[in-house]
Design a protein around this ligand. Sequence first.
Ligand code: HEC
Length: 165
Amino acid sequence: MRGLGAVALILLGALRAQTPVPDPVVASQQALVQRYCIGCHNNKLKSGSFSWERVDLAHPAGHAEDLENVLRMLHAGMMPPPGLPRPDPAAMKNFISSLETRIDEAAARDPEPGNPRLHRLNRSEYRNSIRDLLGLNVDVASLLPPDDMSHGFDNMSEFCASRPR
Ligand code: HEC
């Protein structure tokens, strides 16, 4: 009997070592996608040219662009399309914040800022450039319109189309 027990323990140990521990957060994200999105966003239909089948929720870093699109649509309340079954607001909020957290964590582990976009000089940068290049002090406040603020910065590059109004 003792021998059998030992064998059973060893077998159990081997089983546990082989089965990856499922991540409950990822599992619940997948469940929501399966229930509310996959019917349209699969490799066959690819509604909006987007398929969830190419996104591995366990490794969000490799799918940042798709997931940013997803977050944009969800924040705007545009998906699932109006009239179709959608998660209750609490579940949707959970899904969104868990996605954001996982993306942020992945980005913090492996920061990849990409190339800076070209951006227009703001007023102080313009004033300093003219001063450095031409030795002139220009009164930017009277010459140029005030700079837009975005996330507390006035020198962010941003597509106009995505700027919140
Ligand atoms: C009944 C079909 C249907 C369901 C269900 C659905 N979508 Fe969509 N989705 C569409 C269609 C159609 C478009 C394209 C619409 C457009 O571009 O105006 C789209 C567009 C999108 C896009 C934009 C793709 C891009 O890059 O522009 C994203 C992201 C998206 N859906 C995410 C989701 C998510 C997340 C869910 C589930 C919570 C979901 N959708 C559920 C039909 C669906």
